[in-house]
Design a protein around this ligand. Sequence first.
Ligand SMILES: Cc1ncc(COP(=O)(O)O)c(C=O)c1O
Length: 464
Amino acid sequence: MSESAPFSPPLITDAQSAEEQYLRQIFVRDQMAEWSKDPLIMAKADGVCYWDIHGKRYLDALSGIYVVSVGHNNRRVIEAMKQQLDTLHFSPPMHGTNPVAVRLANLLADVTPGDLNTTKFECGGAEVTEAAIKLARQYHRLQGNPGKYKIISRYQSWHGSTMGSLAASGLKSRKTVNEPLPAGFLHVFPPTCYRCPYGKEYNGGQCGLTCASMIEQTIDMEDPATVAAIMVEPIGHTGGVIDPPEEYLPLLREYCDKHNVLLIFDEVITGAGRTGRMFAAETFGVTPDVLCTGKGLSGGFVPISAMIVRGPIADAFWGPIETNPGFVEGHTNEGHPVACAAAIAVIQEILERDLCGNSRTQGARLRAGFERLAERYGCIGDIRGKGLFQAIEFVQDRATKTAFPKATNFGVRVGRRALQHGLLCRFDPNWIAFGPPLVSTAEQIDEMLAVLEQSLVEILNEVG
Ligand SMILES: Cc1ncc(COP(=O)(O)O)c(C=O)c1O
């Protein structure tokens, strides 16, 4: 796991030849013409570092994209996968399951709070949030309430790219081009205290938590007999790591209980130790009816996601086949034995090395570093998040919270400069987020902060 592991020369030696060889044949998550001018192509990774095809090293302050929870090149996970490959590399999904999937389901029941105890495996985040939507609708149907089908989620949320998960998402930049989307999805404003959509100040809860009460009002106005579920990320990512006030999620739990609505947590990012506990449900002390997780569960070794459902909800799917078809949802690679073996090894790593504890310790160090930057430079208006999932929001004027002019593209410039200096983080015009591997050391966190500071200073000087 050392960073000095031998690195064989890259296959491709310059961007020009890389472009000739590959770049016309691949869609990347960016405007291809723009990206191909300076393409980032990673060739190798170890610990908390990547190396690109030119041999340049990058500190991974993003765990790839909140995926590489237990570090790159983690030997324990790789060995577990190798062993599984030698034993059973695929099992027939239409006819049953396999021992590793059962073991992982049991492990997930152990590490999730309350009576979350029944798992459906999927391969990615979109599949699992989409499965949660289907589960909510089918559950109510089985309970004799087929009219309960509406899903309430939030603007600025991201639940995935498939049509159902996209319909639940709240990002116009990704939705509009794909419209019309499926019906039955409603959106409410997120709990962005720093820029409260209702113009209030949190003030220890004196704001009255309108962000939450509007959700109950929405249920009421829509008619509770038509609402199936509320789906939220406990800490939203898009929008710049939206950390809710402590009362918010307990209130959602209360409304759901009152109106027979399922509470779904999308923990695709916040799961697997990211916020300092195994799941953010624990961080906030709220047990949802359905918990979706992905990304860090696999450590990025092989895709897997999981939806863990409360026992009483899962029980509704047991019954006579004549009237109850079970949960009608599935994908070819669900419960893939090698993916399950990887996820078991990832969870063991998190538990045995107390990586949740490290997420809290290094998260506190990261927060202190962000606070130091805020004191020094005055262009940081807010710091948000928990554990190793935190962001800073940039402002031109801290007193008025005025953002930098759009044309300045401030956060993107800082993020791109950081990339040039060998630091991978998530950036947007107004914020930058860090989500380093849970194995990160104090020295590595300090190095990440130092590169961010250097990049910030350079862009501040350029902006003038
Ligand atoms: C909170 C959240 N949910 C769901 C997804 C979708 O996951 P995937 O890209 O694996 O489909 C993402 C992806 O970024 C996410 O951040």
